[in-house]
Ligand binder design. Structure first.
Ligand code: A3P
Length: 350
């Protein structure tokens, strides 16, 4: 009796063990199959937490792409909201820009355009159209044909930094639309001049040294040559006063080129508020790429992977004699002060 009882117990135990082994096996199989299904998504995108905080670090492995080749005619990269509207029969049209990034050259204008165009309610012309300076004779229809397709509710933005210094641009823009919003990215005129010069040498490697071009007779400490483009362009107050003859101050927004590098989200918040947009572009869209030394973007419309601006943005500057830089700072100081007074902003250039 005892023997048969213990046999029964052993038999029951074996059955239970077999069932529990089978259940564990089944559970593990399900788990592995789910994880492997999600692997391709992992490999292409940063892992996003519930609060959208990226968990992966992109310190060095980043795709650096040229952002200059925007395709402004296709609507493949539109947000789901606008894709739905389009599918419901809403017609996409080209419109004159509601806002322009008018300058300044080498201030960080490309970065601003690329950052703001992440916003689903913003569509931007891919390349600089140069309508209000070089192509005005082609007429407004020509200009519109260079604008991206937009749906109702979307803003159109164009950026051509030379508009800021073009004499005729303010009244020409006013003629197109007096309520156009104007964005100006400004940067320390000394660094801006060096950046401008660096760009020029990349096209013309035999250009004289910066130190030799800055002064009228080429000697350090003598009169600064204000007819030299890179220096002249830094007299921001002069160009701004032209724009203020045609536009109320409230229609202009000044963005700090330095802050756009240090804290792009803060500047983007100001830009979105100014343009009457919902604050969609936030710190979650940016990460600092240590190799490039600049903020870059996590995936955005049209780019499924993290990316930085192209290699023409964020170049290494040549070494410039510190005495020359100091002389330039002294030169710009009163003009900067005048610009601070006009804008009501102290940009902190010393
Ligand atoms: P440098 O290349 O001299 O560093 P613009 O687009 O108006 O031509 O301005 C170019 C400048 O934008 C660059 O000048 C760089 O300093 C600045 N910039 C600002 N944000 C940047 C970013 N996220 N990536 C690269 N360059 C950026």
């Amino acid at each position: 009796m005892d023997v048969s009882m213990s046999r029964k117990i052993i038999f029951t135990f074996i059955i239970l063990a077999a069932i529990s082994f089978y259940i564990t096996l089944l559970f593990n199989w399900c788990l592995i199959s789910n994880v492997s299904k999600s692997l391709p998504i992992w490999q292409n995108n940063p892992i996003i937490h519930n609060d959208d905080t990226p968990l992966m670090q992109y310190s060095t492995s980043v795709r650096v792409v040229s952002l200059l080749e925007g395709n402004d005619t296709d609507l493949n990269d539109i947000s789901p909201k606008y894709r739905l509207l389009r599918e419901q029969g809403l017609k996409a049209e080209r419109q004159y820009p509601n806002a322009l990034i008018i300058g300044v050259k080498k201030g960080g204008t490309r970065a601003l355009l690329e950052f703001i165009r992440i916003h689903p309610d913003v569509r931007a012309a891919g390349s600089e159209v140069h309508f209000f300076d070089k192509n005005y004779h082609r007429g407004l229809q020509w200009y519109r044909s260079h604008m991206p397709l937009t749906l109702e509710g979307q803003l159109t933005i164009e950026k051509t930094p030379s508009y800021f210094i073009t004499k005729e641009a303010p009244w020409r823009v006013q003629m197109m639309n007096p309520s156009t919003k104007l964005l100006v990215v400004v940067r320390d005129p000394v660094t801006r001049a060096v950046s401008d010069y660096t760009q020029a040498t990349s096209k013309k490697p035999d250009l004289k040294r910066f130190e030799d071009l800055v002064f009228i007779n080429g000697t350090v400490g003598s009169i600064v040559d204000t007819s030299w483009g890179p220096i002249k362009l830094g007299l921001y107050y002069k160009y701004l006063s032209r724009w203020l003859k045609f536009f109320p101050f409230s229609q202009l927004l000044f963005i700090s080129g330095e802050r756009l590098i240090l804290d792009p989200a803060v500047e983007l918040k100001r830009v979105q508020d100014f343009l009457g947009l919902k604050r969609v572009v936030t710190e979650k869209h940016f990460y600092f790429n240590a190799t490039k030394g600049f903020p870059c973007l996590f995936k955005s419309e049209g780019h499924s992977a993290p990316h930085c601006l192209g290699k023409t943005k964020g170049r290494n500057h040549p070494f410039i004699d510190p005495r020359v830089l100091q002389r330039l700072r002294d030169f710009y100081r009163p003009f900067n002060l005048r610009f601070y007074q006009m804008t009501g902003i102290n940009f902190g250039w010393v």
